[in-house]
Design a protein around this ligand. Structure first.
Ligand code: 2AM
Ligand code: CA
Ligand code: CA
Ligand code: CA
Length: 265
């Protein structure tokens, strides 16, 4: 039986260590490459940070499995056993252009169940973490559940780029969602935005396309708070493949799915 508090502590220690290396790397020039397009960047720091975690996990827990964005380890085909899902830098564009608002994201799962969640905003030094059944915290402060507000009183995190997409033959449902919300914010790091939902700084976050490493860490935070994270259809998210994501407090999630982004919309 794994001691999740102990593992969570170790994962946080490694995260602080990795963050120090990232901050050192920021002080020097580093190589940036475009992946699928000009808004999809990767740097040598993303890769070295992922390799840092892979090395630590292999050394200390050779029977644990690893899934990371930059492909350091082979893709896994099942969530059996203990699996670490890591995004070494979430918000690479912020890292490259703004040098703030990027995060290390880690989710540790046992047979597909989220046990430890970490989203660490490196430059703000904000450690969002949760251990299943033990509470969710930002640094030393325990998070308490916030008010589940209706959409017209809610602030929604989303990437404004998604509003420019056409949606089948009719209007993009996100346009109505934005119009009917109190306001929207785009921070450029899905992991931080979902950690903000857990911390009641945002009421919801939506994205039309994320991968498991984008939401693995935050999903543990959200579930520990009793909040929801699902696809636009309201289905449980896969940890092996990505898709649409909506993270919100329970009634707001129901409202957003039934009136805006659900399959029948
Ligand atoms: P990343 O920085 O780790 O790539 C940007 O809106 C947010 O969406 C970031 O959290 C970013 O994660 C994520 N994202 C997921 N898929 C992406 C893609 N193909 N291109 C750019 N950002 C992507
Ligand atoms: Ca990326
Ligand atoms: Ca990411
Ligand atoms: Ca990343």
């Amino acid at each position: 039986m794994a001691d999740w508090n102990e593992l969570g502590k170790e994962a946080r220690d490694w995260t602080y260590e990795a963050a120090d290396l990232i901050k050192q790397a920021l002080a020097n020039p580093f190589k940036v490459e475009a992946k699928s397009g000009p808004d999809d960047l990767v740097t040598e720091v993303d890769k070295s940070t992922e390799a840092f975690f892979y090395q630590k996990i292999k050394e200390n827990y050779p029977d644990h499995h690893f899934l990371g964005e930059e492909g350091t380890a082979e893709k896994i085909s099942s969530m059996d056993g203990i699996v670490w899902i890591i995004d070494p830098i979430d918000g690479t564009m912020n890292f490259v252009h703004q040098k703030i608002k990027f995060a290390i994201s880690i989710g540790i799962f046992e047979d597909g169940v989220g046990k430890v969640g970490i989203v660490y905003d490196v430059m703000a030094d904000e450690m969002f973490f949760a251990i299943q059944g033990e509470g969710a915290f930002v640094n030393e402060v325990e998070l308490i559940p916030g008010k589940d507000r209706p959409l017209n009183e809610s602030i929604i995190g989303l990437n404004a780029r998604w509003l420019t997409e056409t949606h089948h033959s009719h209007a993009n449902p996100l346009l109505a969602l934005v119009r009917d919300s109190r306001s929207v914010r785009s921070y450029g790091s899905a992991a931080i935005e979902m950690a903000y939902v857990a911390a009641d700084r945002l009421d919801a976050y939506v994205s039309v396309n994320l991968s498991p490493w984008d939401y693995a860490g935050a999903s543990v935070l959200l579930e520990e708070m009793g909040y929801r994270i699902s696809s636009f259809a309201g289905k449980k998210l896969s940890l092996l493949e990505g898709g649409t994501v909506i993270a919100a407090k329970p009634s707001l999630q129901r409202e957003m799915i039934s009136a805006y982004v659900g399959e029948e919309n």
